[in-house]
Design a protein around this ligand. Structure first.
Ligand code: AMP
Ligand code: MG
Length: 421
């Protein structure tokens, strides 16, 4: 680990070899982090975006009965015609979803059946209505049907006693519907993470205040709040803390007592870092890293008493990129969520790009060109203070550390913003 100032020029120069890559940083963080303990029973309505903490076992088969996948006619496969001959069958009744046909089908008979209705006894096949001609009470069907077609079987979606949702699964709309389909009204989920945040910097002005000469509004507070909301955490917003040792020390102590995680922005650049480090040394063990990523080189990570600490850089785009790539997977791990590699796909880039010797997360706009092909273009100026680039973008263009640039038409990897932004 080094605290040495990294002075290399972003473009073209050799970067120090002791910088950590994003993957290395994530590995080191994962080694230290444990999922938080504690879970709660949650009514189904409130489970959206929560993480399953105990396996959900199905109490029933779904479907619970053999039923029709189509509106049509239930028949016995023994009555299906073969060769050139048609079959003519007598329609003896109707089966509605929720209102079955009571009798048993005899040879030569068919039952009019609706989607989801129980397939009557004696039938094993459903012929879709478009495939028959009906005259009065008889239907004519031609050869070419398969025995058992258009029939849904017991337990083919979910079998009774099977694990429907394993611990670590995030509950989305599909899972809410799935649980409802089993009649399950409550789920055991992991408790929400308590995340405290504050911004540091004497130059910061809060909304409602009038900025003095050289002051800027604190935007990190709000972008971080938005991302934490998307992760469904319990957010403790501590506002802006001045660049004053005592104020910072007090804020760190308070956060360490009340939160599982503390996320700050600013004050971890070289120079600042030494100063914040002195404050933190009293409270815990924090490492100051230089990450081989752009935007967002400086990053602090460690433990403050019982809380995990992420010290993000100050620049607004760096904050969002480091949060997305490093903090987000870490928080998901702490919430007990199953991990998966971020979704990245290759598309053609229409613009010329320059890139430094660090993994680069440029802001891109993924869209279809005139020929219908998915392509990505740059949002333009890639400075880490250009927050509007994050608003225009719908993806990161991820360029690895070795890449020094991209020519128009080259393939690049993009990471679509998924939910968090
Ligand atoms: P620092 O890492 O504290 O030196 O900050 C780097 C840059 O980010 C400086 O230009 C700061 O003014 C800016 N910055 C720091 N914190 C914030 C914030 N909360 N909102 C907007 N810009 C910030
Ligand atoms: Mg600062």
């Amino acid at each position: 680990m080094t605290d040495t100032h990294q002075t290399a020029n972003d473009y073209g120069s050799q970067e120090r070899s002791d910088l950590l890559s994003v993957d290395e940083a994530l590995q080191q963080i994962r080694k230290t982090l444990e999922p938080v303990e504690g879970f709660e029973r949650c009514p189904l309505q409130q489970t959206f975006n929560r993480i399953v903490a105990e396996p959900v076992i199905s109490p029933i088969n779904v479907p619970g009965h053999v039923n029709s996948a189509m509106d049509g006619y239930a028949v016995s496969s023994t009555d299906l015609p073969s060769g050139d001959a048609d079959a003519v069958l007598q329609v003896t009744g109707t089966a509605f979803a929720g209102n079955p046909f009571a009798g048993t089908l005899q040879n030569g008979q068919a039952v009019r059946i609706m989607t989801g209705a129980v397939v009557p006894e004696g039938a094993d096949t459903v012929i879709m209505q478009e495939a028959v001609t009906r005259e009065g009470d008889s239907i004519t069907l031609q050869a070419g049907h398969k025995a058992g077609e258009n029939v849904r079987h017991i337990g083919e979606d979910i079998a009774e006693g099977g694990v429907v949702l394993a611990p670590g699964k995030k509950i989305r709309a599909a899972e809410m519907g799935l649980l409802a389909s089993l009649g399950i009204g409550e789920v055991t989920v992991s408790r929400r993470l308590r995340v405290a945040t504050f911004s540091t910097g004497d130059e910061l002005c809060s909304i409602g205040e009038i900025p003095r000469e050289g002051q800027i509004f604190d935007s990190n507070r709000y972008s971080i709040a938005g991302m934490l909301r998307a992760l469904n955490t319990e957010h403790i917003d501590m506002g802006v803390i001045r660049d004053d040792p005592e104020a910072i020390s007090n804020a760190f102590s308070t956060a360490a007592k009340i939160a599982d995680v503390l996320i700050t922005s600013g004050g971890v650049s070289v120079g600042d870092a030494d100063y914040v480090k002195q404050t933190l040394d009293k409270l815990g063990q924090v490492n100051f890293w230089k990450i081989k990523m752009k935007p967002g080189k400086p990053l602090a990570f460690g433990q403050l008493k019982d809380a995990v600490f992420f010290g993000l850089p100050g620049n607004p785009v760096s904050v969002m990129a480091t949060f997305y790539e490093i903090v987000q997977p870490s928080l998901r791990h702490m919430m007990g969520q199953e991990t998966h590699a971020p979704l990245r796909v290759k598309v053609r880039c229409v613009d010329k790009l320059r890139s430094p010797a660090r993994q680069d997360f440029q802001r891109g706009i993924l869209e279809r060109d005139d020929s219908g092909e998915w392509v990505v273009r740059s949002t333009g100026h890639q400075g880490s203070h250009i927050l509007s680039s994050m608003s225009q973008a719908n993806c990161f263009i991820v360029l690895d550390a070795e890449c020094r640039g991209v020519e128009p038409g080259e393939w690049v990897e993009v990471e679509p913003f998924e939910g968090l932004f």
